[in-house]
Design a protein around this ligand. Structure first.
Ligand code: C5P
Length: 220
């Protein structure tokens, strides 16, 4: 039995991270949330006021280390762990602008491929099945209705002590989805051989179990 590469893509708060991490735990796989890498680069650019012409260099010289529990790792960038600040609505929105840069994508994609090369990994993002790991053995495209996704994101943000109204959040999520799906480089789309799972009426545990089952079928 060989451990495979599971690619999960989908729009904002479709459950990729929670279900992906849970599935990785159940499978004894590694979990990598590539959105956190884009967020970390955006955070660095924003907090260090890095001008546009130096964005590419900033991404290239960033060191990424995933530390802690393999199915729920924390990202350290340039030796520092920045946790909750990465998830503010302001950073979320700025991240999708930064992530439209082909140079930044190139740098992060090569790190991501390196991390996945030995298999036994669940990797989530927007372009994992289409660009990062086009030959992944299992590709999932996770969706949910906009209202469900906004509600999930709202609950996450409240836990992280971010203050935002549902209306503002709905606007931020819709704009980000639109930007991520219409950009020229690596837009969010389902891979040709991707399997769509609509999580609107499913619990994250049910989604994780579906991913585990499909992974085990591919492992045989
Ligand atoms: O997944 P998450 O919402 O944390 O991602 C934040 C942003 O990072 C996305 O809105 C998207 O612009 C970008 N992203 C990306 N490609 C990935 C993962 C995330 O462009 N593989």
């Amino acid at each position: 039995m060989s451990k495979i590469r599971v690619a999960i893509d989908g729009p904002v708060s479709s459950g990729k991270s929670s279900a992906g991490s849970r599935a990785a735990f159940l499978l004894n796989y590694r979990f990598i949330d590539t959105g956190v890498m884009y967020r970390a680069v955006a955070y660095k650019i924003k907090t260090q006021n890095i001008p546009l012409e130096k964005w590419e260099a900033a991404a290239k010289t960033t060191t990424f280390d995933w530390i802690g529990e393999p199915s729920k790792p924390t990202l350290s960038i340039d030796g520092i762990v920045i946790k909750d600040s990465l998830f503010s609505p302001e950073i979320s929105s700025f991240t999708s602008k930064v992530a439209a840069s082909p140079e930044i994508r190139k740098t992060l994609v090569s790190f991501q491929r390196e991390m996945a090369k030995n298999g036994g990994i669940v990797m989530v993002g927007r372009d994992i099945g289409t660009v990062v790991l086009p030959d992944a053995e299992l590709k999932i495209f996770l969706t949910a209705s906009l209202d469900t996704r906004v509600k999930r994101r709202y609950e996450e943000l409240i836990q992280k002590k971010n203050n935002i109204s549902i209306e503002e959040l709905k606007k931020e999520v819709s704009e980000r989805d639109k930007r991520d799906s219409t950009r020229k480089d690596s837009p969010l789309q389902i891979a040709e051989d991707g399997i769509e799972i609509d999580s609107t009426h499913l619990t994250l545990e049910q989604v994780a179990e579906m991913i585990v089952k499909k992974t085990e079928e591919k492992e045989k």
